[in-house]
Design a protein around this ligand. Structure first.
Ligand SMILES: NC(=O)c1ccc[n+]([C@@H]2O[C@H](COP(=O)([O-])OP(=O)(O)OC[C@H]3O[C@@H](n4cnc5c(N)ncnc54)[C@H](O)[C@@H]3O)[C@@H](O)[C@H]2O)c1
Length: 341
């Protein structure tokens, strides 16, 4: 997979050389269609586009069928290329549709949210939700190229921007103390070009070593065992939150568990807790019930009925995998954590 970084104009010019004379079409969503003109005015070949509805509830088979119909109508063949412009939702969905259409045609991603730039566009996971199960159906399929521009972030709502930032903090704790220190000291506007590039390099290196999540790739699950349980319990109460805010809280709670397991020092835990609360505290306006968390943690496919499998930090900049902790112990850590929170 090739990765390009630059302004939107620079990227479109690079896209033009990548397209050569291939037939192409574009998939975007109702919000990312604001960028349609930039493509239509600067890509020399004429192409059709499909605008899908935005939002997680449209990440389903019905939307995939619309994409398949659109690809058929546009006579897209194996050697052609589909351009996908959007965040993780349209990225996951359209790359799933493209990777299953005619047993897979080439696709190119233009990620437009911070989360999709630093996370979902890297590693080849595609997918849709099925019968309310998140990302239940999917494939591994690598895009031909990904085009990254922080310019897309100018139109992104602030809460969506912060949701993506949580994954960058996660990457720092996994393996990047230098960027952690940068974030700690950054008071004014953050340098998103720097943050996107470092996160891209970090995640790419991990998924290259372990594409199918047998071992090292599990490091990327840090914070997510608790985050998924928080998201599911709030969804059940009909009070959904953005993924990144559940991840930010999950990072603190799993760091606490690491500390209580004698993996992480008190000082490092407190630094993580302080920095995450400083950056995301305003978004922690949701209530968590420990019993509900435990119920959903048990559903996680990585766990057995008696133990929970965590990826946990031993320091800021080092996460280790496969920590099996008994469910009762996890519950007592959670009770303790929320008593002091
Ligand atoms: N494949 C993976 O490895 C992976 C990893 C993490 C998350 N995901 C998936 O990513 C999805 C979440 O992605 P997301 O956080 O990017 O959300 P999203 O794609 O739903 O986008 C959030 C909102 O922002 C809008 N938007 C997107 N770009 C914009 C822009 N530049 N300006 C203005 N509005 C814009 C969208 O239309 C949407 O309303 C979930 O479905 C999740 O399962 C996948």
């Amino acid at each position: 997979m090739k990765a390009y970084f630059g302004t939107i104009t620079e990227l479109i010019s690079q896209l033009n050389s990548s397209l050569e004379s291939r037939n192409t079409c574009m998939i975007l969503d109702e919000n990312t269609s604001i960028y349609l003109d930039a493509f239509q005015n600067n890509v020399p070949i004429k192409f059709n586009y499909l605008k899908v509805n935005s939002g997680e509830k449209h990440k389903n088979l019905k939307t995939v069928e619309k994409v398949w119909d659109f690809l058929n109508e546009n006579l897209i063949h194996k050697n052609d290329v589909v351009i996908i412009v959007g965040g993780g939702m349209v990225g996951d969905l359209a790359s799933f549709a493209t990777s299953t259409y005619k047993r897979g045609v080439n696709f190119i991603l233009f990620p437009t949210t911070l989360l999709s730039m630093v996370d979902s566009s890297i590693g080849g996971k595609t997918g849709i939700n099925y019968h309310f199960l998140k990302n239940n159906i999917g494939t591994f399929s690598i895009p031909e190229a990904v085009f990254y521009s922080s310019e897309f972030l100018k139109s992104l709502p602030k809460n969506e921007l912060f949701s993506g930032l949580a994954e960058i903090y996660k990457h720092c704790i996994i393996k990047d103390r230098k960027t952690w220190n940068y974030l700690k000291n950054a008071i004014d506007q953050l340098d998103y070009d720097y943050l996107i590039k470092t996160s891209y390099l970090l995640k790419s290196e991990i998924v290259k070593k372990d594409p199918f999540e047998k071992n090292t790739r599990k490091k990327l699950n840090f914070g997510h065992t608790i985050a998924h349980a928080i998201e599911s319990s709030l969804l059940e109460r009909n009070k959904p939150i953005l993924h990144g805010f559940a991840v930010a809280k999950g990072i603190i709670i799993e760091s606490y568990i690491a500390h209580r397991q004698n993996l992480l020092s008190q000082k490092e835990f407190e630094e993580i807790e302080h920095q995450i609360n400083f950056r995301f505290g305003n978004y922690f306006n949701f209530e968590i019930d420990v019993n509900e968390l435990i119920k959903f943690v048990k559903f996680d496919k990585k766990n057995t009925s008696k133990t929970i499998n965590f990826s946990l930090p031993t320091a800021i900049g080092n996460v280790t995998v496969n920590h099996e902790i008994e469910l009762n112990k996890v519950k007592s850590f959670l009770v303790e954590f929320f008593q002091n929170d």
